[in-house]
Design a protein around this ligand. Structure first.
Ligand code: ZN
Length: 467
């Protein structure tokens, strides 16, 4: 049987994942993500899809992150009529994330129109909440490990250990096996279970986000214990800006473990982000499933400390302003670029008894990066706010496998693939991982954005398709 794979996103970059599989004339899309980050990437979201949306028979979604799911509303608007297969938890998280992304798009467009700075009149959202809801109507739940037939191709989802609901996709067209990794999680990490072992396959499409890096091996608990204790002892407030999905839940789980072990006084903990509240509830709902780690053993089945308050509305968020330390506030956004964390910073940064905790990568040009680089003041709401609070940077909360873990997962297959496509990485990361894969005697290819490859048989390998 003739098989082709088209790489229409997540190629040469870490966002916009879209893999178009064609088998015997049937078309299947694996992931349907938004391009994010640099403006030239974001502008690509406005172009019509590189394929006829109505010609696709099915979509399979690996997980709910917007760089894998965020183009679905536009795909449906462009005429897609088929099912969107995903695990039940991915369906629930996508419901939260797609609606939130739509609201942000609508707010941005409205703001641009009010200020009159858009070149487009009127400025339009990439998609609306109604578009997101229309896309969510196409979702069909598929449990991990259960065979199903998207576009007539036998397929199974396996646990990827990346975020709640995440999966890698096993496709078995015409006696062959092709695996799409989605995003691969970490081994022996808190909260999420290890990725399931790779199934035997002739071809693997493998993410390479951290293909050229190794994560800091120091356990996060050991990085935060001493500075958290000191801040609490001096009556300070600890502010933790964190992404709403996976990061915020990891932080609350670690706090629960520290408090339960008596390593940290049981100070009040506040989750101040409506999306983080919704996502935390979804995590809690699925806690008994085996894709989350043995939480019941390690934290008495709880994802957050006993003294936790959820702040969903703006009014509930404002109430925090009058509360003295010591306490811990988890808020978004992760890189201090916007969101509720800003009004906490206005209040907390000028006082040296407080502690700001920078979790994960802080991109160039963000306030988080400026503080990491020693800025004595940051600009907010047109004012210079002095940075006198203590800050620490915490490493190791990434939900992505590093280079060693990706190789470990690749080598977990009972029989190794003949061909590996490296996707979802910056060019240097993809090239570094390709070199390691080749070192194992496996053919490694790094497709360019828009490239298509065809294969006649498992033995015949893959050839680029011109035109
Ligand atoms: Zn992801």
């Amino acid at each position: 049987m003739s098989l082709t794979i088209g790489f229409h996103g997540g190629a040469g970059t870490v966002t916009g994942s879209k893999h178009l599989v064609e088998a015997d004339g049937k078309r299947l899309l694996i992931d349907c993500g938004l391009f994010q980050g640099l403006k030239e990437l974001r502008l690509m979201n406005w172009q019509p899809p590189a394929f006829n949306a109505a010609s696709i028979a099915a979509v399979v979604l690996t997980h709910a992150h917007i760089d894998h799911s965020g183009y679905l509303p536009r795909l449906v608007k462009a005429g897609y009529r088929g099912p969107i297969y995903a695990t039940p938890a991915t369906r629930d998280l996508a419901g939260i994330l797609l609606r939130d992304a739509a609201r942000l798009q609508e707010e941005d467009a409205e703001y641009a129109n009010r200020k009159g700075y858009s070149k487009h009149r009127p400025a339009l959202p990439l998609f609306t909440e109604a578009d997101a809801v229309a896309a969510l109507g196409h979702f069909q739940s598929i449990e991990h490990e259960r065979w199903f037939e998207p576009a007539g191709i036998p397929a199974r989802l396996h646990g990827a250990g990346h975020i709640l609901g995440s999966a890698f996709v096993e496709l078995a067209p015409g006696g062959r096996t092709v695996v799409f990794s989605g995003d691969v999680g970490r081994y022996a990490a808190p909260l999420h279970a290890d990725p399931d072992g790779l199934v035997p396959c002739d071809t693997l499409v493998l993410e390479s986000t951290y293909g050229d890096r190794r994560h800091d091996p120091t356990p996060v608990i050991d990085q935060i214990r001493a500075p958290f204790r000191a801040a609490i002892a001096r009556g300070g407030t600890i502010l933790i800006p964190a992404f709403a999905v996976a990061r915020a839940q990891l932080v609350t789980l670690l706090l629960t473990q520290l408090i339960d072990a008596g390593d940290l006084p049981a100070v009040p903990v506040h989750i101040d982000s409506p999306m983080a509240v919704d996502v935390t509830e979804t995590y809690q709902h699925y806690m008994r499933s085996d894709e989350l780690d043995d939480l019941s053993a390690r934290s008495g089945g709880r994802l957050f400390p006993r003294d936790v308050t959820f702040h969903r509305t703006v009014e509930e968020s404002r109430r925090l302003n009058d509360l003295p330390g010591p306490r811990i506030i988890i808020s978004s956004s992760g890189m201090l670029t916007g969101g509720r964390v800003l009004h906490h910073m206005l209040r907390l940064l000028p006082d040296p008894k407080n502690l700001l905790v920078l979790v994960g990568y802080q991109a160039a040009g963000t306030r988080g990066r400026a503080i990491q680089e020693g800025a004595t003041a940051v600009r907010m709401h047109g004012e210079n706010i002095p940075v006198r609070a203590q800050f620490i940077s915490v490493e190791g909360l990434s939900a992505h496998a590093d280079s060693d873990e990706l190789m470990r997962w690749l080598n977990s297959a009972p029989a190794r693939p003949r061909t590996v496509f490296l996707t979802h990485g910056e060019p240097e990361a993809a090239a570094a991982l390709a070199a390691r894969v080749k070192g194992e005697g496996i053919r490694a290819l790094v497709p360019q954005l828009g490239a298509r490859f065809a294969s006649e048989s498992a033995e015949g390998g893959w050839d680029p398709v011109r035109g």
